[in-house]
Design a protein around this ligand. Structure first.
Ligand SMILES: Cc1cc2nc3c(=O)[nH]c(=O)nc-3n(C[C@H](O)[C@H](O)[C@H](O)COP(=O)(O)OP(=O)(O)OC[C@H]3O[C@@H](n4cnc5c(N)ncnc54)[C@H](O)[C@@H]3O)c2cc1C
Length: 385
């Protein structure tokens, strides 16, 4: 008897592990191999920006090692295994000079951090935190320090700012935009979050960028575009993420902002699927957990033999800034309408209304954040079937 060719999944992030968990509910037999470039430890990435608030270091955030995951899920896991190419005709995955044959291949290999090129000699004191291993390195480097400069005022930069203040660190945030989380929040809501973070002691330097990072003793001296100079013990770069598409493109798999898949998570190559931060699903790149969970459930059914399309519901994003609880459900990019805003200090309720008066999106902060579930019911789902 010949051995069955396995399903191969690249990535042991939330996408890879959620998919296998869902798949094993439907199929306990088909062999599955998971390969990952990192240590394969299971953890919840959103928790990385809550470590100080929840009093957990990298070990505290780790949920299970790959051996335990392999046992629990009935799969083989190969940590420290970096994929270097895909031969879609031969149904083979390349890992340097080794290869693995797949019956079906799932790309769940996430997004890369965008790295800014800065002048100066302090690049190695600039940390990006995009996985548990990065977080471990960051916490180690921070052990001696007290002052952190964060580049970027998006969701991740703001969450780290709040968390580091809760840990007792001095925090400066530098960002080119004039308001926080500009791609997510209307200005009034962003203003409320900024005011509360400032009340907590975060210092913002908006409308400017870091141009130079120079070593100074064990720390860093930053020179900003507006001429200001800042001292920090280390720098966190949180300027954005880019879905990993390069290896897919090299293999001839159609990619745009992400690896392009239809609602059945099928790429342009036969038997190759993608989900999570690396995927552009039906034209959407959504770097959040709710969409990847919906994709994992649908793809598990497809892999188990019933081709299933994902159907995105309404997917609000919770911003983990406990000093100013915030939830947002951005309206569709091309939606017609306008924001109607109610503000009472740190409490903002902004509703995006269509010309017919329908609620197409919202952003709520402070006490209005409690209304997020009720409001989410008013917003139409992304997919209507
Ligand atoms: C600080 C922070 C806070 C966040 N907070 C929230 C939140 O509150 N709510 C929310 O919805 N989302 C949040 N997100 C986003 C969310 O965490 C991600 O959308 C999600 O974790 C992505 O999971 P993934 O499995 O697709 O990718 P990843 O977790 O990045 O996993 C990618 C996997 O692929 C592997 N890999 C990559 N390249 C290769 C290769 N060439 N060969 C082999 N393996 C490879 C990696 O080693 C890894 O195992 C947050 C993100 C961050 C960074």
């Amino acid at each position: 008897m010949t051995e069955q060719t396995p399903i191969v999944i690249v990535g042991t992030g939330l996408s890879g592990y959620s998919l296998v968990r869902e798949f094993r509910k439907l199929d306990k037999e088909t062999p599955v191999i998971m390969v990952t470039a990192d240590d394969g430890v299971s953890y919840s990435k959103p928790m990385l920006s809550t470590g100080f608030t929840k009093d957990k270091d990298a070990d505290g955030l780790a949920q299970a090692n790959p051996e335990a995951m392999a046992e629990q899920l009935g799969v083989e896991i190969r940590p420290w295994s970096t994929v270097t190419g895909i031969d879609t005709d031969a149904h083979e995955l390349k890992l340097g000079d080794q290869s693995i044959r797949y019956a079906k291949l799932v790309l769940a290999w996430g997004a890369d951090v965008i790295r800014l090129s800065l002048d100066g000699n302090a690049q190695d004191r600039v940390h990006s935190i995009n996985d548990l291993m990065d977080y471990r390195a960051f916490r180690k480097a921070l052990a001696e320090g007290k002052r952190v400069a964060i580049m970027g005022a998006g969701l991740i930069g703001c969450e780290f700012a709040n968390d580091l203040r809760n840990g007792g660190y001095e925090v400066d945030v530098i960002a080119p935009d004039s308001s926080l989380m500009p791609s997510l929040l209307p200005e009034t809501a962003a203003g409320a979050v900024q005011a509360e973070l400032e009340r907590l002691g975060v210092r913002f330097h908006l409308g400017t960028v870091v141009e130079r990072a120079e070593k100074q003793g064990s720390g860093v001296e930053l020179t900003l575009g507006n001429g200001e100079q800042l001292q920090a013990d280390l720098v966190v770069s949180a300027v954005g993420l880019r879905p990993r598409t390069e290896l897919a493109r090299d293999a001839g798999i159609r990619s745009g902002r992400g690896i392009q898949v239809n609602r059945a998570l099928e790429t342009s190559a036969p038997d190759v699927f993608a989900l999570g931060d690396c995927a552009e699903v039906d034209g959407r790149v959504l770097l959040y957990v709710l969409p990847l969970m919906a994709c994992a459930r649908a793809l598990a059914k497809t892999l188990a033999g019933t081709r299933t399309e994902v159907s995105y519901g309404t997917m609000p994003v919770m911003v983990k800034t406990p000093c100013c609880p915030t939830a947002v459900c951005p309206p569709p990019m091309d939606a017609e309408g306008e924001w109607q805003v109610e503000r009472d200090g740190a409490d903002v309720k902004a509703l995006f209304r269509s010309p017919d008066g329908d609620t197409l999106g919202f952003a709520v902060t402070g006490r209005f954040a409690l209304e997020k579930q009720t409001l989410a019911k008013e917003v139409p789902p992304i997919h209507r079937d």
